[in-house]
Design a protein. Structure first.
Length: 100
């Protein structure tokens, strides 16, 4: 498994399990680094390059019933020109989104 070095300016956003509403992580350009799952859920939350909703360019997607742990993106993160939004869902797991 590769080792990812994250920048020191990394920020985190916690999303509770079963959050139905979309979560705007950042409403401006930024970089998405991945998520850390802290519970298992059957939902398949997607992460989008969008400042307000769950449409546009997908930059991350979790599988249903993904095991606990870290799901980093490619080394260096994924640049998002519009913002970072995570799609909500009643069966989504609890997660921490890593971004800058």
């Amino acid at each position: 498994m590769p080792v990812y070095v994250l920048p020191q300016v990394i920020k985190t956003t916690l999303i509770a399990a079963g959050t139905v509403a979309n979560t705007v992580v950042k409403g401006a350009p930024g970089t998405y680094y991945g998520v850390l799952l802290s519970s298992v859920g059957v939902g398949t939350p997607g992460v989008f390059d969008n400042a307000t909703t769950n449409t546009g360019t997908p930059v991350g997607q979790l599988a249903a019933s993904a095991p606990l742990g870290a799901y980093p993106t490619i080394s260096g993160g994924v640049p998002c020109v519009n913002g970072i939004t995570v799609a909500g869902g009643a069966t989504n797991p609890a997660m921490t989104v890593l971004w800058s």
